[in-house]
Design a protein around this ligand. Structure first.
Ligand code: CA
Ligand code: CA
Length: 348
């Protein structure tokens, strides 16, 4: 079958559109094996994970393989049309058909030594392929967010394949500080078509020990498995999570059977206030006061307490005995396993 050179690109475009619409290879009882030990992407050995697809001149998807060893593919079965049992359905090639190959959805050039032709059933043909195309990744971060200690914030990053071919991505999420990052969806690896966008959900866990206004940075990176070693293609994006603490502590998890930290009284206050807490059992506790940027300014008590209810006064002075300014402060009770924080206001 001859196609004029002028018509070739449009015909091939049609083939791709048709094939991605119809998709699956239908195996028949006759095929040709194609293979290569010298197939390249952008002049380097084709990487593991690359997708090779074969089409007959009718645009039928009649062969598929995934690269398992860099630079190689095959044996890859390219199937014939079964003209006897399914005369009305075209499953693939007829003898003498030229076969068109795509790598990651991009037209590949057959480089021999054998012709890319369904010469005769059960032939074994060595056809090296070469393809060149641009790779591209774009990761877009959502807005910064916040949440209470002992909870988490889910972020949706947009991952776009801005390259010209299908790519195979590796995702990696991590936290810059001591908090934890968890990739929720999709899986850590996956294929994406050129131009497509995938939303990646990453969960940033805020530990119970996080102080008010403490922040941590969450990173997400996407790396292309199709990029070559010398030019690793990757993109990263980041968001900052802030630990928040509400006045009533209404986002704090309830900690039954351990302790309770009550709202200070009076509040707002001037010049002193009382902070009450109760312990269900004996334990080490620390009660401290923090300013709005998360700095500890006073330790009200730190020691071993038996079970019971206690009441501690704060006279609005810092560790050095100086009076602190009007404004919002946090007080926090910390035990070996838990902590709880509440907000109070000094109003002079
Ligand atoms: Ca058929
Ligand atoms: Ca056919």
């Amino acid at each position: 079958m001859k196609i004029s050179l002028r018509l070739l690109p449009l015909t091939l475009l049609f083939v791709v559109l048709l094939s991605t619409a119809s998709g699956q290879v239908v195996p028949t009882n006759e095929w040709v094996h194609f293979y290569s030990a010298n197939t390249t992407l952008n002049s380097s050995p084709i990487p593991v994970g690359a997708l090779i697809d074969a089409y007959d001149p009718d645009g039928v998807h009649c062969g598929a393989d995934t690269v398992r060893t860099a630079g190689e593919y095959g044996f890859m079965n390219v199937y014939a049309d079964d003209n006897i049992t399914t005369p009305g359905v075209d499953e693939g090639a007829d003898e003498g058909d030229d076969i068109t190959f795509y790598i990651n959805g991009v037209l590949a050039t057959p480089l021999g030594p054998d012709d890319a032709n369904y010469v005769s059933t059960f032939a074994i043909l060595e056809v090296d392929l070469g393809v060149s195309y641009e790779l591209g990744i774009l990761l877009t971060a959502p807005s910064d967010d916040g949440g209470s200690p002992n909870t988490y914030v889910d972020y949706s990053f947009a991952l776009t394949n801005t390259g010209e071919g299908i790519d195979f991505f590796h995702l990696d999420a991590w936290s810059e500080g001591t908090w934890t990052a968890e990739l929720i969806s999709p899986a850590t690896t996956g294929y994406m078509n050129s131009g497509s966008v995938t939303m990646v959900t990453v969960r940033h866990h805020i530990p119970g020990s996080a102080l008010p206004f403490e922040t941590d940075i969450l990173h997400l990176s996407a790396t292309s498995a199709m990029s070559l070693e010398s030019t690793i293609l990757a993109d990263t994006a980041q968001v900052t999570t802030t630990a928040e603490t509400s006045a009533a502590g209404d986002h704090d998890p309830f900690i039954p059977g351990v302790f309770e930290l009550f709202q200070n009284y009076p509040n707002p206050f001037n010049p002193t206030t009382r902070i009450e807490f109760s312990l269900e059992r004996a334990m080490d506790v620390e009660l401290s006061v923090y300013n709005v940027i998360g700095q500890k300014i006073a330790t009200l008590t730190d020691g071993f307490y038996s079970a019971g209810t206690y009441d501690i006064e704060w006279d609005a002075t810092d560790e050095t005995g100086r009076k602190v300014a009007s404004g919002i402060y946090f007080y926090r009770l910390t035990t070996d396993d838990y902590s709880r924080t509440r907000k109070m206001m000094l109003m002079k």
